[in-house]
Write a protein that binds this ligand. Sequence first.
Ligand SMILES: Nc1nc2c(c(=O)[nH]1)N[C@H]1C(S)=C(S)[C@@H](COP(=O)(O)O)O[C@H]1N2
Ligand SMILES: [Mo]
Length: 388
Amino acid sequence: MFDRRVLLKQASLFAPFWLAGRSAFAAPDPKTGLIVHTLVPHNAEPPLGSLVQSWITPNELFYVRSHAPVPKVDADTFRLSVEGIVERPFEISLAQLQSDFKRQAVVATMTCAGNRRSEHSLVKEVSGVPWGAGAIGNAEWAGVRLSDLLKRAGIKEGAKHVWFDGVDEVEHKGGMIPFGASIPLDKAMSDTESMPGALVCYEMNGQPLSPDHGFPIRTVVPGYIGARSVKWLGKIIVSDRPSTNHYVAGAYKLVTEGTEDELASSPPLDNFVINSVTCVPAAGSKVVTGKLEVSGYALATGLQGETIAKVELSTDGGKSWTKARFTSQAKPYCWRLWKADLEVHARTSEIIARAVDSTGGVQPETVVWNLKGYMFNAWHKTSVRVSP
Ligand SMILES: Nc1nc2c(c(=O)[nH]1)N[C@H]1C(S)=C(S)[C@@H](COP(=O)(O)O)O[C@H]1N2
Ligand SMILES: [Mo]
């Protein structure tokens, strides 16, 4: 176990070079089926081929991104605290959350801001877990509307942001801090009948949350990067400003130098970026000339009401494009799966995918490099080796 961990750690140092765009070549763990980047904390993603087998991602195939070991939480003694600029702060157990509040289910895609980071490193190297394109999944989450909890606490005048603190302990600058996030109060309260602005979630695809995914409760913020969906949630704090937690104030920002000034003046990332990825065939696959079926996923920006309208593929470097057909519905905050039939020639070396959203927003050909390799959404390129 120990040796393996050291090996994996060492391997991940080189990962930007050998993994880039080729995660299919990294062997999945035989027990979990996931490609493991680090075991403790657990960071793993599914191979792309298995990821797009279903619109709902099975729990076992859902990527795991943790900054620290899974905290041990006793579900019986556990209490969530709701505090800050509120009339009536309170603490609540898991059982009370489940019995006192209406259960709300929503299907939403979660994706890490670092998804596709290994491709970002091809532009110029970036630090962080060298994710392929599998740090994404679509699940049915169920729990309590965050707005229902905030209404019970009574939001006071001056409140503008809602902070989430986990109970995990992450090493930071020689000390220990919880992983934290915050979202604007407007987002927290932006409920529609079927879609809450945010959820305090205790179930994933009909199962209690697993330890890796945040047992007993986590937030789920539809349309926002995964880092705002805080696992092992311990505290909700209503405030007049964004959280001062490192993961809001000092990370998850698009910066190029990372100086204190630059970080202070850059806004925290919130919504997704438009994206599409070819998942089958895997990068580096051998294919034969003639007809080839390809499939993948696409994701809109996560702004309210936006969905994916079109996915196109090119086998000639972007000169001509073939439209994909959708194999799932256009649903806000959810990815859309697609398939296309392409004609492969002897000279085909690469399949390019790009998406267009319902407002005409287009997935860009290239991205501006940033220090941590967040939000990579350039045209997705899958190399193939053609035999006659
Ligand atoms: N407490 C806590 N919450 C967390 C994290 C963490 O390390 N600690 N990681 C965040 C990040 S960066 C992502 S992308 C998602 C991943 O959720 P998952 O592991 O359930 O896929 O959880 C978020 N919530
Ligand atoms: Mo993330």
